[in-house]
Design a binder for this molecule. Structure first.
Ligand SMILES: *[C@@H]1O[C@H](CO)[C@@H](O)[C@H](O)[C@H]1NC(C)=O
Ligand SMILES: *[C@@H]1O[C@H](CO)[C@@H](O)[C@H](O)[C@H]1NC(C)=O
Ligand SMILES: *[C@@H]1O[C@H](CO)[C@@H](O)[C@H](O)[C@H]1NC(C)=O
Ligand SMILES: *[C@@H]1O[C@H](CO)[C@@H](O)[C@H](O)[C@H]1NC(C)=O
Ligand SMILES: *[C@@H]1O[C@H](CO)[C@@H](O)[C@H](O)[C@H]1NC(C)=O
Length: 678
């Protein structure tokens, strides 16, 4: 420990040298001038396909200026399996592949906030090579070494993990992601939806009743707060990545499609077992979490190419890929309708239909869908409506002009996460039965708990509604799998991709808050400890809260009886813009807490939001319109074959390895198998 401390001090002594800046990196994972991707600490499934990129940097100016900005073009990469007598081999000999061509480019970055304010970027020239589609088949330790500038070396230690079990345990994997979901949100959702008597719950969340519980660390490769793209990369590939990157290591080249790729769970499952792939989300389907099932791009905003990847796989780098996912349900019609937001302006409904998909646009169509065909269901423009608006404040569905057909009518008949997930299971099950009984992988995302979406805009009530809908979808899926007779063959995993710093600290008398005169008096409406009281959400309006009957509201069991009780929750997040708070469910649809100020002063409280509430001074830079993700670990729940592996505390990448192990995806030589189950 002591020597570690001394090392840190030695680094600190160099402080002021911007090269050591923590938050403005030249390139994540590459503190030296020679970079290799995958970088040090990367882990692989045996046989997992990946690209390797080497970059040599020559900063032209700035604190690291080197060699007059001329990058070494005679660098080499060697690979060695630890324990192999042969010693290190040049990468092309190790993989018996042709030597890749030399690529060159230039990029700029700011070394710190002062350089950013002064608009003095550092210019870096780069020489690079990419070895595409290689794999390591033998479990063990490997050393990749870049040799450059004659004497310099960058060393990466790689591990090919030995699967924990030689046999495939699960036929199917049903993977639920609650975007941004944390334990404190689950606690709040339980409180508003499940009645408790004298401190004892009379019913529980489905998540409370899962067989195995663990938790995962979500940090990304080059920053401790992750976004949904890089955490989805970790969950889908077992490799950590950077903000905005999907299933690639972020290189420094300007092309968002040429970064070194890593094969995803879905791609391996399709390649090795001929497995079927389904994707369900309440977001637009090109969004990071659904895209991460098959897409490979540095830039999560490449919606057009992402949609094309769902249909055809990666085209330009003949990456093995998943060509044609079996089920794709969610929002995001703008990326399918012909026009500026669709790939090459094409009509992607027509492209999918030509490829044999059923195409549906509302819940009625979804319920009638042919289970034997591949299916595309796009139910709205942009993200789908929130549960609270679909089920409680239904007037908010009107006037949205978000019909997925693009005819500017309202998308009034949108299915929920539960309807989409159950139908996706039906289709995958029927197609698997009709084919080789090879099994399926379905990712189902409750997207609007966190992402953009309700926690970001401080709309705590809608976020909790989305969480309860996820819980309801998990509950219904378990029952459905049992009915189909495949529950015992199906690994179910429920987790989040990251958290938001949300919690509840008391109750609020919204009537008192509404009538109080000043901001300081309004804060008196917040009751803590004994004055937090009991949940007003599980009590039917007008009845005494001591009535022990579990009241079931119009939305069914496991949801609140009412969303606008007089006594609501005092809730908040750690990261927010200036805004006002009145602790009620925003009546007219998702909340907009802050708007751009008039005099260039950044974001200020939205005058139309929580007018009768009190003001809170933001914790974020003034250019932030909404909240951001936070550091917390998130929970993992699992049932079914292979689920015991999900107990304990581990990294987000481990979830990939646990699911891949359960599906038996390791391959020990370059072959594909026919993939029968059993
Ligand atoms: C580096 O050079 C570029 C122009 O070549 C200039 O714009 C930039 O300000 C310089 N950066 C630094 C840190 O000196
Ligand atoms: C597997 O073999 C095929 C055909 O020989 C080759 O094209 C491909 O690059 C190999 N893939 C890997 C990951 O070694
Ligand atoms: C493939 O590359 C071509 C040529 O650069 C480009 O026009 C096209 O958009 C790329 N396709 C995808 C799916 O990115
Ligand atoms: C409790 O309240 C429910 C409805 O709110 C009512 O139907 C029921 O009769 C009440 N039970 C008792 C014991 O008062
Ligand atoms: C809270 O503010 C909303 C506007 O955002 C308003 O419609 C609602 O009536 C307010 N709630 C109370 C209890 O006054």
């Amino acid at each position: 420990m002591l020597s570690f401390g001394v090392k840190l001090l030695a680094l600190a002594a160099l402080g002021g040298n911007a090269a050591y800046a923590q938050t403005f990196q030249r390139l994540g994972t590459c503190p030296t001038l020679g970079c290799v991707f995958p970088p040090d600490q990367a882990d692989f499934m045996p046989g997992q396909v990946f690209d390797v990129r080497v970059e040599i940097h020559a900063p032209l100016n700035g604190s690291e200026a080197f060699n007059n900005g001329a990058p070494d073009e005679k660098f080499s990469l060697t690979i060695q399996r630890v324990g192999d007598r042969a010693g290190p081999k040049l990468a092309r000999d190790f993989w018996k592949c042709p030597e890749p061509g030399l690529e060159k480019w230039t990029f700029n970055y700011f070394e710190d906030l002062f350089a950013q304010d002064a608009k003095t970027p550092t210019v870096v020239n780069v020489a690079s090579k990419a070895y595409r589609q290689v794999a390591l088949y033998t479990p063990g330790e490997y050393i990749a070494t870049v040799h450059y500038y004659n004497t310099q070396k960058t060393v990466a230690h790689w591990t090919v993990r030995k699967p924990t079990t030689p046999r495939r345990k699960a036929k199917n994997v049903l993977f639920f992601i609650g975007d941004g979901m944390t334990i404190s949100m689950q606690t709040a959702a339980r409180l508003i939806a499940h009645k408790s008597v004298n401190g004892k719950y009379q019913s529980l969340l489905q998540l409370d009743q899962m067989d195995n519980l663990g938790h995962q660390m979500t940090h990304s490769i080059d920053s401790f707060i992750t976004d949904s793209a890089n955490s989805a990369t970790a969950l889908n590939t077992g490799h950590k990545s950077s903000v905005n990157a999907l299933n690639v290591y972020a290189d420094s080249s300007p092309d968002p499609q040429d970064d070194p790729k890593v094969e995803t769970l879905a791609e391996m499952f399709r390649r090795v077992k001929n497995g079927l792939i389904g994707i369900v989300t309440t977001a637009f389907v090109a969004d990071a979490t659904p895209a991460a099932i098959v897409a490979h791009t540095r830039d999560r905003d490449q919606a057009g190419p992402i949609i094309d990847t769902f249909l055809r796989g990666e085209q330009n780098y003949s990456w093995p890929g998943v060509r044609g996912v079996d089920v794709l349900f969610g929002g995001g019609a703008e990326n399918f309708l012909p026009g500026a937001a669709s790939f090459e302006g094409k009509d992607y409904y027509a492209e999918f239909a030509k490829a044999g998909y059923s195409v549906v646009h509302d819940n009625a169509g979804l319920q009638k869908i042919d289970k034997r065909k591949k299916a595309l269901g796009i139910f709205s423009v942009s993200n789908m409506a929130k549960w609270v608006d679909r089920k409680v404040k239904t007037q908010n569905l009107k006037g949205q002009q978000n019909s997925p057909t693009g005819d500017k009518t309202d998308a009034l008949d949108q299915p929920g996460l539960k309807e989409m997930t159950l139908k996706a299971i039906d289709i995958l099950h029927a197609r698997s039965k009709a084919d080789k009984n090879q099994g399926w992988y379905l990712m189902s995302e409750a997207a609007s708990i966190g992402e953009y979406k309700m926690m970001h805009v401080l709309d705590y009530h809608r976020a909790l509604g989305e969480l309860l809908e996820l819980d309801d979808a998990v509950r219904a899926s378990i029952a459905h799998l049992k009915k189909l007779g495949i529950y015992d063959d199906t690994l179910i995993v429920v987790t989040a991709d990251h958290g938001h710093g949300f919690d509840v600290f008391g109750g609020v008398d919204t009537q008192y808050l509404h009538t109080a005169a000043s901001d300081r008096q309004k804060r008196g409406a917040v009751g803590n400890y004994i004055n937090s009281g009991l949940s007003g959400y599980t009590v039917a309006p007008g009845t005494a809260p001591t009535n022990n009957t579990v009241v079931i509201g119009a939305q069914g069991a496991n949801f609140p009886v009412q969303w606008d009780p007089r006594y609501s929750l005092a809730a908040g997040v750690v990261a927010f813009p200036d805004h006002r708070e009145n602790y009620t469910t925003a009546p007219n649809g998702p909340r907009l807490p802050a708007v751009k100020g008039q005099n260039g002063e950044g974001y200020v409280p939205n005058p139309a939001d929580a007018q009768d509430g009190f003001g809170l001074t933001g914790t974020l830079p003034t250019n932030a319109a909404q909240g951001v993700h936070s550091l917390t670990d998130v929970a993992v729940y699992a049932n079914g074959p292979g689920s015991e592996a999900f107990r304990g505390v581990y990294n987000n990448v481990d979830i990939f390895f646990k699911m891949a192990d359960a599906l038996g995806l390791a391959t020990y030589k370059n072959t594909t198998s026919s993939g029968h189950w059993h």
